[in-house]
Design a protein around this ligand. Structure first.
Ligand SMILES: Nc1ncnc2c1ncn2[C@@H]1O[C@H](COP(=O)(O)OP(=O)(O)O)[C@@H](O)[C@H]1O
Ligand SMILES: [Mg+2]
Length: 312
């Protein structure tokens, strides 16, 4: 049973299309009020997972609960309480922004006064209020995408699914939408489940990330957790007295993947997690004066690529 603090929980969820295992036994939880990033390359199974969670697709096996509702039997409740932006924006291009939102507000049976107030406050937050009378087909892709996000929030959902919301936006528009997403999540107390193949994006805004590839979940944790796991493989030594022979000897060691020497910094990449003791001993034996030893900081992207490699 999903607890109050858990917005999504899946248990050994599978979805197969013919021979393709689009989702291959994933188990994870999303805590309420987090901005959760679901990361993976194209074809990893991200959209399929969202469709399963919204009850738009039936799982081949396993189970999932969203806001405490079973995706198999209570999909109506899930769709009532969640917002979703999938590949299509769902906007009417020939209506104004305001009329689009008003229409969706009516579909959700939001009373007129509340509807107008909600449209105003959401559009203001997105910096689009002054342009509300303009027809959507005259808008830039970035503005449309913001409006599409506003649409998903019209009925005050507790949880929104955003499938690659910044895909295809230029960097400025993407950054602006990201800022808005963070603000909205914080101010409205909305839990956000966002898919992306953009690691830098996830690193900037997500509290928690899961990495999926070929339908399998490779890891779940904070971006920092992931970076640290990878960075345990790299040690940086700051010191004096490094020689070419030190570098050559290190490179020949079975656990060492690569060595770089830049001025007073020696960077050693190991094949597996390593503590610094052996390295320090070795360097001291070679007459190196060591000022500092620290773990290297991997970017989320490096951690992500390392995970994909481990799986391959
Ligand atoms: N309706 C479908 N019919 C057959 N195969 C599908 C269908 N939807 C997705 N797939 C396949 O499932 C895999 C995962 O797709 P998808 O969930 O769309 O990935 P992502 O969103 O991560 O790019 C892909 O190999 C895709 O071709
Ligand atoms: Mg997709």
């Amino acid at each position: 049973m999903t607890s109050k603090n858990t917005s999504i929980s899946t248990h050994d969820l599978h979805c197969q299309f013919g021979e393709v295992r689009a989702v291959d036994g994933i188990t994870f939880e999303v805590q309420t009020d987090t901005l959760f990033g679901f990361l993976g390359p194209n074809g990893a199974g991200k959209t399929t997972t969202i469709r399963l969670l919204l009850g738009l697709l039936e799982a081949s096996s396993g189970s999932a609960e969203v806001l405490g509702f079973d995706t198999r039997t209570q999909a109506d409740q899930i769709r009532l309480n969640c917002g979703a932006l999938l590949e299509q924006t769902g906007l009417y291009e020939r209506l104004s922004a305001e009329d689009n939102l008003d229409l969706f507000g009516r579909i959700w049976h939001i009373p007129a006064t509340e509807r107008a107030e909600r449209i105003r406050s959401l559009l203001e937050k997105m910096g689009l209020y002054d342009r509300r009378k303009e027809m959507v087909n005259t808008w830039s892709r970035g503005m449309k995408q913001k409006l599409a996000v506003v649409r998903t929030l019209m009925h005050n959902p507790k949880l929104v699914f955003l499938d690659e919301p910044t895909d295809g936006l230029d960097p400025v528009a993407a950054a602006s939408l990201r800022d808005d997403l963070v603000d909205l999540a914080r101010q409205h107390g909305v839990t956000v489940f966002l898919t992306t193949h953009n690691l830098a994006e996830a690193e900037k805004i997500c509290d928690q990330v899961a990495v999926i590839n070929k339908g399998k979940l490779l890891t779940v944790g904070s971006p920092d957790d992931l970076r640290l796991r990878k960075s345990a493989h790299t040690l940086i030594v700051v010191g004096r007295g490094f020689s070419e022979s030190v570098v050559t000897d290190l490179r020949a060691m079975p656990d060492v993947e690569a060595v770089e020497l830049q001025d007073r910094h020696l960077v050693v990449h190991f094949k597996r997690e390593t503590d610094s003791g052996n390295l320090v001993q070795f360097l001291a034996g070679k007459g190196v004066m060591i000022d500092e030893v620290r773990k290297g900081k991997a970017s989320l992207e490096e951690a992500f690529l390392a995970l994909l490699e481990e799986q391959a």
